[in-house]
Structures are given as structure tokens and as C-alpha cells.
Design a protein around this ligand. Structure first.
Ligand SMILES: Cc1cc2nc3c(=O)[nH]c(=O)nc-3n(C[C@H](O)[C@H](O)[C@H](O)COP(=O)(O)O)c2cc1C
Length: 196
């Protein structure tokens, strides 16, 4: 009499494991399907490049410096544009590059590193540009970066050691979250860090 019971339990165990395996497989499959391109300009200390590289660890990401960016982004479901902030704006060459692209509703996010606060103002032009080119803005990331611009070099610069491990972790988490939630959530995901 005990035999069928054991078989039943064993059978249930197998079924549950199979179901769990299927669920994990589907999740992995859906993550794999999402292709992400990240294009960056990083000319001062390589700060934005470090953030871009951390982001690229978070999925199926093709990472391009601006000079090696592909002509077409149509095979990507999510595109990230990033740079340092140079005189209140994201990099002019990156802006010119985006101006020559157009799309219809492709999801894009912006990211930057900067010396000071005012992220909201610094991203304004880029935000307007990407939406005017037909992208749908899904997220914005920004953190502090080592800055020795102008007279700051005399003082040894500001934000020494930034971006740091904490910024990299936030950058990875940001892309992971965007790639998971972008279909479900219509709002713009923001991750902005000013503390050290
Ligand atoms: C020419 C120049 C202008 C800058 N202007 C600003 C600025 O307006 N606001 C700001 O917060 N940081 C400014 N910075 C600091 C950079 O945004 C910061 O160091 C950034 O992390 C540089 O990124 P990168 O190393 O990827 O080039 C400026 C730096 C340079 C070289």
C-alpha cells in the first residue's frame, strides 16, 4: 500500500521541478531575446565609459563607443545613449549622431556622469532630441564622475574615486530593471545618485 504513495510523491516532485525548470527557461529565454545597444561618448576621464561597461554586464548588450556605433539600431529593442556633461549638456557629437537617426517608438534611455548637481537641466536637450527623433524615453541614469575641468584641476578635482562600486552596481541594476519592466511600465525609470 505504501508503494503508490511514494510514487505519487515522487511524481509530484518531478512535476513541480519540471514546472520550475520551464518557468526559469521561459524567463531566461525572454531576457536573452531582449537586444540592447549602448552608445557612449566619454572624453574627460573615461567615467562614462566605466558606467557603460557596468551596464553592459546586465544582459544581452552590444556596447559601442560613438566612433564605432553602427549605422542602424533597428535590430535592438532598447538603446542607451550616454556621455559626460560638458558645459551643461551631453556630448555634442553624440547629439549630432542621434539627430541623424529616426525611429518609431523604439525605447531609449539616457545616462551621464557629471561633476555637479542639476542632472535634470543637463539632460534636457538630449531628452527633447531623442523624443523628436521618434524614440520613446524609458529611463534616465546619472551619477557623479571625477572632474578636473578648468580651475578644478588646481584643487585636485572633485568627486575623486567616482564612479565607484556603488555606482556600477546601480548602473547594472538600472539596465536589468529596464529590460524587465519596460513593456509593463509606461513611466520613465530614473536612477540619479549625488551622494558619495
Ligand atoms: C569641458 C568640460 C566641461 C564640463 N562641464 C560640466 C558641467 O557643465 N557640469 C558638470 O556637472 N560637469 C561638467 N564637467 C565634468 C564632467 O561632466 C565629468 O567629469 C564627467 O564625469 C566626465 O565624463 P567622461 O570622463 O566620461 O568624459 C565638464 C568637464 C569638461 C572636461
Amino acid at each position: 500500500m505504501w508503494c503508490p504513495n511514494i510514487f505519487n510523491r515522487f511524481g509530484a516532485l518531478l512535476t513541480n521541478s519540471w514546472r520550475r525548470g520551464l518557468w526559469v527557461g521561459v524567463r531566461l529565454g525572454s531576457v536573452k531575446l531582449m537586444k540592447i545597444a549602448i552608445i557612449y561618448a566619454s572624453v574627460h576621464h573615461g567615467n562614462t565609459q566605466q558606467i557603460a561597461e557596468a551596464m553592459a554586464e546586465s544582459g544581452s548588450v552590444d556596447l559601442y563607443s560613438l566612433s564605432e556605433a553602427p549605422d542602424s539600431l533597428s535590430s535592438y529593442q532598447l538603446v542607451g545613449f550616454g556621455s559626460g556633461i560638458y558645459v551643461f549638456r551631453m556630448h555634442q557629437r553624440l547629439m549630432r549622431w542621434i539627430k541623424r537617426r529616426s525611429t518609431s517608438g523604439q525605447c531609449a534611455f539616457l545616462f551621464s556622469t557629471r561633476g555637479t548637481r542639476y542632472f535634470d537641466i543637463y539632460h534636457r536637450v538630449a531628452r527633447q532630441l531623442i523624443t523628436s527623433r521618434g524614440f520613446s524615453l524609458c529611463g534616465e541614469f546619472s551619477c557623479r564622475g571625477y572632474d578636473t575641468f578648468g580651475p578644478l584641476s588646481l584643487l585636485g578635482g572633485i568627486n575623486r574615486g567616482r564612479p565607484n562600486q556603488n555606482d556600477y552596481a546601480r548602473a547594472r541594476q538600472f539596465v536589468r530593471q529596464l529590460s524587465k519592466e519596460r513593456y509593463a511600465n509606461a513611466s520613465v525609470l530614473r536612477s540619479v545618485c549625488d551622494e558619495s
